[in-house]
Design a protein around this ligand. Sequence first.
Ligand SMILES: [Fe+2]
Length: 335
Amino acid sequence: MATPTYRVFDPLLPQPQADAMRRLCERFGTYGMYSQEASEAEIGQGLFQRHDAVMNFMKTGGRFGRQADPGALGARTNYFRESYAYGDRIAIDGIEPFLGYEGFVEAARAIHGRPVIEPAIVYANILVAGQELAVHTDVPEFRGANRTKDPEWLMVVMHHSGLFDRWRMPIATGVSWWRGCRGGELALYPDGADGPPSTVPAAHNTAIVLDTDTVFHGVDRVVETAQPLPPLAIGMRLTYEGDDHWRVGFGDETVIRYHWDDVRFSVSWKAYCFADEAERRMTLEHTDDLTRPQIMDALQADLRRRGRLDGETPNGTDLALLMIDEYIRFPPPAA
Ligand SMILES: [Fe+2]
């Protein structure tokens, strides 16, 4: 894998534009819960989409080796998300300058050493007091393989195996923070899983651009308020009520209210990074796509070479767990 680097922006935007971004977050108004569903794919049926990250979190108790409580896992990690822009589809007026922000485009070029940058998506992630995000790498994309048709853990295995670099579509991710919060630092491992972690505070009007498909990262717990974390359930929404307050619940019902200070608001930007126009065209026209049998054959052959597979190939779920175990090496929790 290429040497990962990152670029920090502090401050990110001039003050008036930064205030406008914060108001845009409020103006969007209501955010649905983002949670993962079990995979329906024939390989690894019943596993979580991000089985790798969930199991590592359960096994280690997260970055600080806290006792993991499986019952509270959903409430801790089911945060809120909405898209502001997706390709040409703009979901809220005023996001266009952020989508095309030249500073991010420049950083993307530098990080991947690729000149043709195509911003693809802008979305908000919101965590409330007591929530955190397990250490992970993001779901990468390949020509012929992506999250819309393949299990997410398989995309992650593919990238970590290094066997499919020719088909990989390098993506640069920018993460920006608005309004600030207590805790909720971004933790990242810029020197790889064996290197020391760095932390970046989630401070207002700051950002980082990096290759989140390669660099392990997570979000440390947002400082808990006096209230214990309530049973946040799938289907609840987070809604801005005005006057610096947010409300969580189904429909008009309120399960809990949060002050802005107890809410971690980030806006992420992702862009495809192409080597040249020819590569971009090859992607658009699907002239060099991977197929699922090609992927599975390459992984199984490699597992046999590594001595992890011998004799008959195990069933889909066992094979999936073997691949996750062999290829995805997480950073150890802090001592
Ligand atoms: Fe991520």
